[in-house]
Design a protein around this ligand. Structure first.
Ligand code: PRT
Ligand code: ZN
Length: 296
């Protein structure tokens, strides 16, 4: 028994993925893996968990450590915010953008301060936890400012006289608002990335490809909706042109003569525009259904 287990764990190639242990990317990272059909125990008080049905071991880590762990090969791949990756400047390969954890790294100044442009930051003190990214931005903009690196609660720095401006992550903007600050420059737009070690072997890359195929199917499904509608046959040509589908729409005759049922797939971001056009073109009884997975 023991030797069989040993044999299995030694011979089967397994990919190690690092995700955030707790925090803003934790839930979405776990959800993504689970939507890819990968089952494992969540990492509450755990450092790692082995997937039951996919050759993957999940490491639960602090987000700041993930780029270096992947670069050094402790983990093979990882999910991390672009902001953290650029700040740590780690030597990893970006495999895909994951569409969650969206935020921007912005410079903000007190609401009452006049701000005409980036040159107004000349000679100012800017508090941030993103020293490297900010430095790069200021250099590019040819602005000399003093960077005060602090480890947290950046938004209070101007209020306590520690800095004239801050550079911090923003999503809804309510933290800035509550601290009497206004956003004046976007330094970086960020989202969660899937990153990989640059020296994976062929077997590991094969597992990455399998995982990536699943991730893309899940993400594609989220961006698309299945649509069913009824159309008078004399309007079919016009309606079909509005919803081309993956290949072409399915058209089935209805029991009522002169009518057809049309099935297709539409993109989420064009949703309302398409629905309006369909109604104007004579479509009736329009049903829109979420798609769980989409393999094209
Ligand atoms: O413990 P660990 O080190 O792993 O986590 P952490 O506390 O360093 O990071 P965490 O969990 O706060 O964020 C993880 C990642 O989520 C970040 O690196 C970003 O890639 C992403 N993300 C997305 C954000 C935000 N949105 C965000 N709004 N990270 C932080 N914030 C903070 C921001 O710093 C500010 O304090 O939220 C506040 C602003 O939010 P709004 O909505 O008021 O604008
Ligand atoms: Zn962190």
């Amino acid at each position: 028994m023991v030797s069989l287990f040993y044999f299995k764990s030694k011979v089967m190639t397994q990919l190690k993925i690092a995700i955030q242990k707790s925090g803003r990317l934790n839930e979405d990272s776990i959800r993504l893996l689970k939507e890819c059909g990968i089952e494992f125990n969540n990492g509450i008080n755990k450092l790692k968990a082995e997937a039951f049905n996919f050759p993957l071991e999940v490491f639960f880590l602090r987000d700041d450590d993930i780029p270096e762990y992947v670069a050094s090969g402790v983990a093979d791949i990882g999910i991390v915010g672009e902001n953290v990756l650029l700040e740590t400047n780690s030597d990893v390969k970006i495999i895909d953008r994951l569409g969650f954890g969206k935020c921007r790294l912005s410079i903000a100044v007190p609401k009452g301060k006049k701000y005409a442009g980036v040159k107004d930051l000349e000679g100012k003190r800017i508090a941030t936890t993103y020293k490297n990214v900010l430095q790069k931005f200021l250099r590019k903009e040819k602005v000399n400012a003093e960077i005060h690196e602090i480890s947290g609660s950046v938004e209070i720095a101007p209020g306590i006289g520690l800095a004239d401006a801050i550079c911090d992550l923003v999503s809804s903007g309510s933290t800035l608002f509550m601290n009497g600050l206004k956003e004046v420059e976007t330094v970086l737009k960020s989202e969660a990335l899937l990153v990989a070690n640059k020296n994976l072997d062929a077997k590991q890359l094969e597992i990455v490809e399998r995982l990536l195929f699943r991730i893309r199917s899940v993400r594609k499904a989220k961006h698309n909706k299945y649509i069913l509608l009824n159309a008078p046959n004399d309007k079919l040509d016009k309606i079909v042109k509005l919803i081309p589908g993956i290949k072409s729409p399915t058209i089935l005759p209805l029991a009522d003569e002169g009518w057809s049922s049309v099935h297709s797939v539409i993109e989420e971001d064009k949703f309302w525009e398409i629905i309006e056009n369909l109604k104007n073109a004579g479509a009736q009884g329009i049903l829109v259904v979420p798609i769980e997975k989409m393999i094209v």
